[in-house]
Design a protein around this ligand. Structure first.
Ligand SMILES: Cc1cc2nc3c(=O)[nH]c(=O)nc-3n(C[C@H](O)[C@H](O)[C@H](O)COP(=O)(O)O)c2cc1C
Length: 258
């Protein structure tokens, strides 16, 4: 098993790095064979997203920026577990991490981390903005097998950052992440997942969207049997169908080109 921890703190030995090191210890205690790699965004060449829409429209390989993006994307694809860790700066993720999220925003349209467990980690001085940061980090977890969140409040004075309460929480979340990662079964999509994916699928059926975003269109053609398999209980299936019809009507009313 491989875990990739991507750290968005500008501080090399800061609180976030210390917490990730502690998570590493916990995960290694549960699986001695685990391959745990840390990537610091501060050490990477990841240029600022230009907002050209190329990744959304024509696919991520058409991004005009030539930097470490492909290297990071490959590392993420190879991992069984992804940890995104960042401090809370001004109620949200710091610039390094925000840019990383922007560069990988195409995975919101075309999720690809189905076989992976995901953990969002943030450290904060107080409590202000912790929830927002964890939610921002978890944005890239669309379709993941499991999603875990860990928020650690650090004292502004230099005392050990992992106190007893933090330690308990860190152990609990790390254990849940490790268990989920080692499970071979894929998570059955719930109604919110299904609604999310269906809304994209319906949108890609519109001519203007299809012409603008052929990459999304191709993706949703391929994923039909794979992710949209909303089987299981008949009530669940029926509810899913009704939601799809309602969403289809709503989107049709907004876009009148088909
Ligand atoms: C620019 C900046 C902004 C910050 N904003 C917040 C904030 O909004 N809320 C908060 O609780 N702590 C805030 N903090 C404190 C950090 O979140 C906290 O010290 C964190 O653990 C730092 O992690 P690091 O050592 O990995 O950089 C801020 C710190 C900095 C440097």
């Amino acid at each position: 098993m491989k875990v990739l921890a991507i750290i968005g703190s500008p501080r090399k030995k800061g609180n976030t790095m210390q917490v990730v090191e502690r998570i590493r210890e916990q995960l290694l205690a549960a699986d001695k064979e685990l391959d745990f790699e840390i990537l610091r965004l501060a050490d990477m060449d990841l240029q600022i997203c230009r907002g050209c829409f190329s990744c959304f429209a024509r696919g991520e390989e058409s991004c005009p920026l030539k930097d470490d993006f492909t290297f990071i994307a490959r590392k993420m694809a190879e991992a069984d577990g992804i940890i995104l860790a960042a401090p809370t700066y001004a109620m949200g993720v710091p610039a390094l991490m925000k840019n990383f999220i922007d560069r990988f925003a195409y995975t919101l349209h075309r999720p690809c981390f189905f076989d992976k467990s995901f953990m969002a980690v943030s450290t904060v001085g107080g409590m202000m903005g912790l929830k927002e940061t964890l939610n921002q980090l978890a944005i890239l977890s669309a379709g993941c097998k499991s999603v875990h969140k860990l928020g650690i409040t650090c004292s502004p004075v230099p005392i050990p950052i992992i106190d007893r309460r933090n330690e308990k929480q860190l152990r609990r979340v790390s254990a849940a992440f490790s268990r989920a990662m080692h499970k071979s079964t894929r998570r059955l999509p719930g109604l919110p997942d299904w609604a999310y994916f269906s809304s994209f699928k319906i949108m890609t059926a519109f001519k203007s969207y299809r012409l603008h975003c052929p990459a999304d269109y191709a993706y949703y053609q391929r994923r039909e049997l794979y992710f949209f398999n909303f089987d299981g209980h008949p009530v669940r299936r029926l509810t899913g169908k009704m939601v799809k019809i309602l969403m289809g009507c709503g989107i049709k009313a907004m876009v009148k080109d088909n």
